[in-house]
Write a protein that binds this ligand. Structure first.
Ligand SMILES: [Zn+2]
Length: 330
């Protein structure tokens, strides 16, 4: 079944929603990918899925009341896996949802066509059409935040895979005997370079060698549970040896992961985004060096390595793009 937007022609706009575990952004996005209005809401996932959906519906209605022309539809990037056919959220650990009816409920409540996809996939759409990927039909986005996810655009299509799970780029294995990952595997890219893994590793290193972890421990007043990836990044900026060696490992893992992706998909652009790259812009160069050491020369020759441009608007812009530029639901 192909979905059609409710409005054609110029001045089109859509609602883009980034539904995260703690925060939600609801935005009016123009056909040109500009955020015209936005609302930032607490997701309040603990109140249950019905309450979350009601809040979304109220926010979208509020947004529509402020505008003169009707929305073409609503796109939602969900922090979880979405079933392309039914529009159900199959699994969203940060929301506490399993097999939750979603797209249909929103369509009924709003009387508008709704698209729903994974939030990182939506961000890939955003960067591809309106950000660092503009004009390029073969690219990879790798977003490194608390976890690691991404998306692959190949031949002008965002790859979905046969059961809509393509793009789990954080769970490629980069170290056979590496640390345990939240997915159950060992040595995933995310288990070495995701924000949660950086924090966990720093806690372990600082506890086992408090002298080496001096600055990190000072920054959290000795309370290791307060060590986050941001603390480690700030310590690295200040020249702390423990933080710097940890980030060497992060860069090495990302370089190895990126080389595998470049060899597998031969993208024209590799786009790095997410909180870790935003907090440590110098990391891009280091990762690119590791990539150059490892990837096949014919795959490297046409490749440009770039930083993402849309920041935390990527998912709202991308989910609105699903409405405005695609007949796909995934
Ligand atoms: Zn994993």
């Amino acid at each position: 079944m192909k979905r059609r937007s409710a409005l054609g022609g110029k001045g089109r706009w859509a609602v883009g929603i980034d539904l995260g575990g703690t925060k939600t952004i609801v935005a009016q996005v123009s056909d040109g990918g500009k955020v015209l209005r936005k609302r930032l809401l607490p997701t309040n996932a603990s109140a249950g899925p019905d309450r979350v959906k009601k809040t979304l519906v109220a926010a979208v209605k509020g947004l529509m009341e402020e505008t003169d022309s009707p929305a073409a539809g609503v796109g939602v990037g969900v922090a979880g896996q979405v079933d392309a056919e039914s529009g159900r959220v199959k699994f969203a650990p940060n929301l506490g949802w399993r097999e939750e009816p979603f797209r249909e409920d929103l369509e009924k409540a709003l009387g508008l066509p709704v698209w729903a996809t994974n939030d990182v996939r939506a961000a890939t759409w955003g960067e591809w059409l309106y950000g660092a990927g503009r004009g390029c039909n073969d690219l990879i986005c790798l977003f490194v935040g608390t976890g690691i996810g991404g998306g692959v655009v190949s031949g002008g299509r965002v790859l979905t895979g046969c059961s809509n799970t393509a793009g789990e780029l954080g769970h490629i294995t980069v170290d056979l005997n590496g640390p345990s990952c939240r997915c159950g595997n060992r040595g995933c890219l995310e288990a070495l370079a995701g924000g949660w893994a950086i924090a966990q590793q720093a806690r372990e290193w600082a506890t086992s060698d408090p002298e080496a972890g001096g600055l990190v421990l000072k920054m959290v007043e000795g309370q290791t549970e307060r060590i986050t990836a941001k603390v480690v990044a700030d310590a690295a900026k200040a020249g702390d040896p423990l933080a710097l060696s940890l980030f060497e490992r992060v860069a090495g893992a990302l370089g190895a992961g990126a080389a595998s992706l470049v060899n597998a998909f031969n993208p024209g652009r590799l786009i790095f985004g997410g909180g870790i790259f935003e907090g440590c812009p110098w990391l891009v160069k280091k990762v690119a060096e590791g990539l150059e050491d490892r990837a096949l020369p014919p795959a490297l020759a046409p490749l440009r390595v770039l930083r993402a441009r849309l920041g935390n608007h990527a998912a709202v812009v991308g989910s609105a793009a699903l409405v405005l530029h695609s007949s796909e639901k995934g």
